[in-house]
Design a protein around this ligand. Structure first.
Ligand code: AMP
Length: 542
């Protein structure tokens, strides 16, 4: 027997409708890409403009299932495009501008995008690439007539002129909640990039799950600044979960340096923000250099790569801001776990609390964890045994775009994340490594992430990365690569002395080298493949 409740498909435009009706005067403040000035709109205006986007896209010939690409920073325009595109059943393909131009061409072609909306920042790059983008019928530049550049891009038009051709007299289309809404390619550290195709239903459920108090903890009284880009895995749901709850949004545009972010945090009264650790490194350095304080910020969510303990301590101890460590991946929409304190750990304080806070945390409802060995046998949740982390849920991918016949789930329907970690009896997960980055020494595993976290706790270290290098006896041994803080030169003996006693002795790196910069991927993670390449001819001492 079926229940007798209403059929109300979980469609994304219902979110912006709700924001406009219930929280209509709440603002979306954006730093303009043109001149860095601030632009203010209300949720009522964002919804109206999204409806105009939808209507204008239909005139442009866009239909259900068509892919429309964006190459854009976090702004109000990008946000209204998202809602407008998915509101006609078309698919927003968020292209990551930090990819190499050839990768950008590859994914646009693979996606078969028909239109490309791009910020001014990217016009020159796309002009160079346009011959390799045969599927793009027209380029819309996210600016107004006054700032429109001279360009060779096909059919180029200023977004505001394009949008002015439609009014908001339009009704969202009706369709199945499983309709595709967004497409995002993984950074592709192995093999080619793979397209993850989100649906309306998966994005709505994901936003509802993670908005709750143990996770993003959003309410209509918050002011949320998503520094994590819309082009990187759904901006960790914030483009949906913030309007869903009525939080004010602050969109930082193209300026992600410490000083620019600080100006927005203080000027707009931001209470909650989220980004990868490298962004927060910039903000903390700015605060240290200027003696700035964070007078309104209450919570910062840090994820995308492991949040160093020293960063959590700096935010909490020096600035009184609570850090939540989060973990996820593109394939998971992207959030998978959050490190908030459950009652079982409420008694923890001081160092013991920071030991908990370095963990990646526990999953919200709609994400199930599984821990197995290489043969797929379940491993104990004892907080010690490392294994493959696998995930299942309604916002986890079951296949990649145009590769539907390649199975990516195990026999129980779990997706192997490629991460290695432990799960403790209270359900907290801790990543020890990517399966391909763990250092295999004498048949045992050493976690490169643990070593990196420890090394960045040294006062002279700005950034640290650890890779395994070949060793005749042990197979692999750890090499610690450090970017020192300006004017500092921490030595090998000093670093090893600092780390001794905090980890097993056989985990201590065999060598320490200083470099000017560590290579990063397009999503801000340490690029271990490039680092291994840099040290290909390196030989360990002795
Ligand atoms: P992406 O799909 O580009 O977001 O990359 C996902 C991968 O980033 C995960 O599989 C992890 O290896 C890594 N990652 C994300 N968040 C964290 C975190 N908090 N700690 C450690 N690794 C993380």
């Amino acid at each position: 027997m079926l229940g007798l409740m209403q059929d109300w498909p979980l469609l994304l435009h219902r979110i912006i409708d709700h924001a406009a009706i219930q929280h209509g005067t709440r603002e979306v403040v954006s730093r303009a890409v043109e001149d860095g000035g601030l632009r203010r709109r209300s949720y009522v205006e964002i919804r109206e403009r999204a409806l105009r986007v939808a209507k204008r896209l239909q005139w442009q010939g866009m239909r259900h299932g068509d892919r429309v690409a964006t190459l854009a920073w976090n702004t109000d325009r990008h946000l209204e495009l998202w809602y407008g595109i998915s509101g006609i059943g078309a698919i927003t393909h968020t292209v990551n501008p930090r990819l190499f131009p050839d990768q950008i061409a590859w994914i646009i072609n693979h996606a078969g995008d028909r239109l490309l909306f791009l910020d001014l920042t990217f016009v020159a790059m796309i002009e160079q690439l346009q011959e390799k983008l045969p599927s793009i019928e027209r380029y819309v530049i996210l600016t107004d007539a006054a700032h429109m550049p001279q360009t060779t891009l096909k059919g180029a038009v200023a977004y505001e002129d394009w949008l002015a051709e439609a009014d908001a007299d339009f009704a969202w289309l009706a369709f199945d909640e499983n309709t595709a809404a967004g497409l995002c390619y993984t950074s592709g550290t192995t093999g080619g990039p793979k397209g993850v195709l989100y649906s309306h239903r998966s994005n709505v459920l994901h936003a509802m799950t993670w908005a709750a108090p143990d996770y993003l903890n959003l309410s209509s009284r918050d002011t949320v600044m998503p520094v994590v880009p819309l082009f990187h895995a759904n901006s960790w749901s914030l483009a949906y979960s913030a309007p869903m709850t009525g939080a004010k949004l602050v969109m930082p545009g193209a300026k992600l340096d410490g000083a620019s972010l600080y100006e927005l945090l203080e000027g707009e009264g931001v209470t909650m923000t989220a980004a990868v650790p490298t962004v927060w490194l910039g903000l903390l350095q700015h605060l240290e250099a200027t003696g700035g304080k964070l007078s309104t910020l209450k919570r910062v969510v840090i994820g995308g790569s492991a949040c160093p303990r020293a960063m959590t301590e700096a935010f909490e101890r020096k600035y009184g801001v609570t850090v939540s460590h989060a973990w996820g991946m593109t394939e998971m929409s992207p959030l998978g776990s959050f490190c908030s304190v459950k009652p079982v750990y409420e008694h923890l304080e001081g160092e013991a609390l920071y030991d908990l806070k370095v963990k990646q945390g526990h999953p919200g409802f709609t994400v199930e964890f599984r821990l197995t060995d290489d043969a797929g046998r379940d491993l104990p949740w004892d907080g010690k045994t490392f294994g493959r982390l696998k995930m299942r849920g309604p916002a986890v991918a079951r296949a990649y775009f145009k590769r539907e016949d390649e199975p990516i789930l195990d026999e129980q329907g779990f997706f192997d994340t490629g991460d290695v970690g432990t799960i403790d009896p209270a359900g907290y997960m801790q990543i020890t490594d990517r399966s391909k980055d763990v250092i295999k020494s004498g048949g045992e595993w050493i976690s490169s992430i643990d070593l990196e976290n420890l090394a960045v706790g040294h006062p002279d270290v700005a950034e640290a990365a650890v890779i395994g290098v070949a060793h005749p006896k042990w197979d692999e041994r750890p090499l610690l690569v450090i970017v020192p803080k300006p004017g500092r030169r921490p030595g090998k003996e000093e670093m090893l002395a600092f780390m001794t006693g905090k980890i097993a002795k056989w985990w201590l790196p065999d060598d320490v080298v200083l470099v000017e910069a560590i290579p990063h991927t397009a999503t801000g993670k340490i690029q271990k493949t490039a680092l291994r390449e840099m040290f290909r001819d390196y030989r360990l001492p002795g």
